[in-house]
Design a protein around this ligand. Structure first.
Ligand code: C5P
Length: 434
């Protein structure tokens, strides 16, 4: 969602603006979810052309999908209506030529088998076979009973479809319409939307291992009380999602927040700063980018009481003594991986005033190549932010936008700066050697 306000309601980012998606439905109860997916794609800026098999029409009507997509639905290879602006009675050619991607959701076990063999006896399979394979990607959202999904034939088909260039979007797990529980449900529409959006993102961090910290930490006073702060974790979660979209393998170390894990991201939940340091230290050794966006508590109570501190009237008001927490970013920034340039470290500074000066000073103090400043009270808990990027050359402002939009911009900046940082380090070491 962007910060652009319609009254007080946020409106979605138009992540798919300019994209034309052919949404193919094969037969399965998950067809009802395809209606919501169609709507979600359109809400995010795509135009959608629906193509249904005869079996899909047993589960949902073309009328519903025409109403949602705002376009007539195609169901038959013998349909002689004009398609794609052409009057040549070749819907399978015309519809595929104008697509930026074909998304089959739901894709039944039978339809997967059909695609695999290049069979083409209905409009949807015919269109998939006729698509220009280099320029029109095929994305598949399987949907079937758990036994059908686990069957070696389906698994074989899936592997071969991938080898033939299709992208398999995976399946969900849980209670199935048949009453059984297991893998094979179609992913939920928001998950499919996230995958489709991600598919189109430039893979500027392809092959990288990105480690992100996010959210506040919680420092216990006793078993029921503690000290924390107002960080919502939204910026860190947006960064994890953006890095994943950019092709990286992402691990997100999150303090106590109630946010959904971005698709494809490995999440490790922690509470205290010391837990966070522990989770980060081992993983940082294999990472190539470390983004410390967590609002880590600077101090913790020197001792946490093992039992609840009672207000029983007899005792004195408790006094809290503090001890300093480890600085996770500074610790990682002086590790051999960071000093060698293999690990590019990015810090955040949440300030309340003098943002640029504070961010510049913090960058030098933490010894990181890139420091991102923001005004804490303006952004904590909100969906939007404004960032100032500070490096050895100066500063750049990323104007106010949704946290996800900013995260995507920041990820691009990180990719460019990481490459430059590595190049500068290798030039320096070459000149030392000569
Ligand atoms: O010193 P300050 O807390 O303002 O520094 C902010 C930056 O340092 C952020 O990137 C934050 O995630 C990181 N940090 C940390 N460990 C701490 C304190 C801050 O990693 N104990």
């Amino acid at each position: 969602m962007t910060y652009e306000q319609a009254g007080s309601r946020a409106v979605p980012d138009l992540d798919l603006a300019g994209k034309h998606i052919v949404l193919g439905l094969s037969g399965g109860i998950a067809c009802y979810k395809a209606a919501e997916l169609c709507r979600a794609l359109i809400k995010h800026g795509a135009t959608v052309q629906v193509v249904m098999t005869e079996a899909a029409e047993q589960f949902i009507t073309a009328v519903t999908l025409q109403a949602l997509s705002g376009r007539p639905v195609y169901t038959s290879q013998w349909d002689s209506r004009a398609s794609g602006g052409m009057d040549n009675n070749m819907a399978h050619i015309n519809l595929s030529r104008e697509a930026d991607a074909i998304v089959i959701a739901p894709c039944s076990a039978d339809f997967m088998a059909k695609l695999l063999h290049g069979r083409a006896d209905d409009l949807l399979s015919l269109m998939c076979l006729a698509r220009p394979i280099e320029s029109v990607p095929l994305l598949i959202a399987p949907a079937m009973n758990r036994e059908m999904w686990a069957h070696p034939a389906t698994q074989r088909n899936m592997a071969q479809l991938q080898a033939d260039g299709a992208t398999i979007l995976g399946v969900g797990s849980g209670f199935q319409a048949c009453g059984e529980t297991g893998d094979g449900r179609m992913l939920e529409p928001p998950e499919l939307l996230e995958d489709v959006v991600s598919f189109f993102m430039p893979k500027v961090l392809g092959g990288q291992q990105v480690l992100v910290t996010a959210g506040p930490t919680y420092e216990a006073i006793d078993p029921v009380r503690g000290i924390t702060n107002l960080s919502s974790g939204k910026m860190g979660f947006a960064l994890a999602r953006a890095a994943r979209e950019a092709g990286a393998q992402v691990t997100l170390v999150a303090g106590p927040v109630s946010l959904d894990t971005p698709r494809g991201v490995t999440r490790i939940d922690v509470k205290s700063a010391r837990d966070m340091l522990h989770a980060v230290e081992t993983r940082a050794q294999n990472a190539t980018v470390f983004i410390a966006s967590a609002a880590v508590a600077d101090w913790r109570p020197a001792t946490a009481a093992s039992q609840k501190i009672k207000k029983d009237g007899s005792s004195e008001t408790p006094q809290l003594a503090f001890t300093e927490n480890p600085d996770i970013l500074a610790t990682v920034a002086r590790s051999p991986a960071a000093l060698s340039g293999q690990l590019f470290c990015v810090g955040f500074a949440a300030e309340s005033q003098d943002l640029l000066e504070n961010a510049q000073a913090k960058r030098l103090r933490k010894k990181v190549p890139l420091l991102v400043g923001n005004i804490g009270p303006d952004t904590f808990g909100k969906d939007h932010n404004t960032l100032v990027l500070v490096d050895e050359h100066g500063s750049v402002e990323l104007a106010q936008a949704s946290k996800l939009a900013l995260a995507r911009k920041l990820v691009k900046e990180i990719a460019v700066r990481r490459a430059a940082h590595l190049a500068a380090l290798s030039t320096r070491s070459e000149s030392h050697a000569t």
